[in-house]
Each structure stands twice: as structure tokens, then as C-alpha cells.
Design a binder for this molecule. Structure first.
Ligand code: FES
Length: 124
């Protein structure tokens, strides 16, 4: 069996929602101390819906695929659903990741939570 699923390869080679969102109102950046990879998520939230999302990931292929899939999963979704997104859901949507690459999907969950915190702290 291949180490990486076709979905992982697809999202790594053709990542969705890459870049910066100039009018983002929630930005989250997290890093993994061990591998040194960094992920930044930009959210544009209107009426408690994520109307747009982009990411910049300086990291491994699994981190790029996880960011890409995570942004697809939260685009157009209400905040409570976005809040509930877990790295497990991201991994499942990618048809799995090798065990030693699960932490890459955790980065996506954490980056989204951090962007939501940023949004909430600015919009109390
Ligand atoms: Fe660090 Fe993938 S190896 S995020």
C-alpha cells in the first residue's frame, strides 16, 4: 500500500485556498516545536459563517494537505461547526495519514482554533 492516500497527494500537489486573505478578521498561526513547521490560517467571518478562508503553510507535505483539506471542510460553515473540527475529521477526509504524520493534521486543527480565538478577541 502507498504511504500516502490519493487524496493526500492531490491536496499536497494541488492545494486549495493557498495564500493570504487581505480582509481576514481572524488570523491564527501555530507551529510544531519538534519539526519546526508553521501554519497560518486566515478567516473571513460574516454573520457567524466562514465566508472565506486561506492558508500559508511552511511545512511538510502532510501539513500542506491537512491545511488544504481543513480549509475545504470549514469554508461556508457556521462557527460552531468550525469550532468542532478535529484533526481526526481532517485525517479521515484525507483517507488517513501515516501514524507519524498525525501531528501535521493537529497543526490544522490548532491553527483554525487560534484564528477563531483571534476573531472572538476582536469581536467581543
Ligand atoms: Fe511537522 Fe508535518 S512534519 S507538520
Amino acid at each position: 500500500m502507498a504511504l500516502y492516500s490519493e487524496k493526500v497527494m492531490d491536496h499536497f500537489l494541488n492545494p486549495r485556498n493557498v495564500g493570504k486573505l487581505e480582509d481576514a478578521n481572524g488570523i491564527g498561526e501555530v507551529g510544531n516545536a519538534k519539526c519546526g513547521d508553521i501554519m497560518k490560517i486566515y478567516l473571513k467571518i460574516e454573520n457567524d459563517i466562514v465566508v472565506d478562508v486561506k492558508f500559508e503553510t511552511f511545512g511538510c507535505g502532510s501539513a500542506i494537505a491537512s491545511s488544504s483539506m481543513a480549509t475545504e471542510l470549514i469554508k461556508g460553515k457556521p462557527l460552531e461547526e468550525v469550532e468542532a473540527l478535529t484533526n481526526k475529521a481532517v485525517t479521515e477526509a484525507l483517507d488517513g495519514l501515516p501514524t507519524h504524520k498525525i501531528h501535521c493534521s493537529v497543526l490544522a486543527e490548532e491553527a483554525i482554533k487560534s484564528a477563531l480565538d483571534d476573531y472572538r478577541s476582536k469581536n467581543k
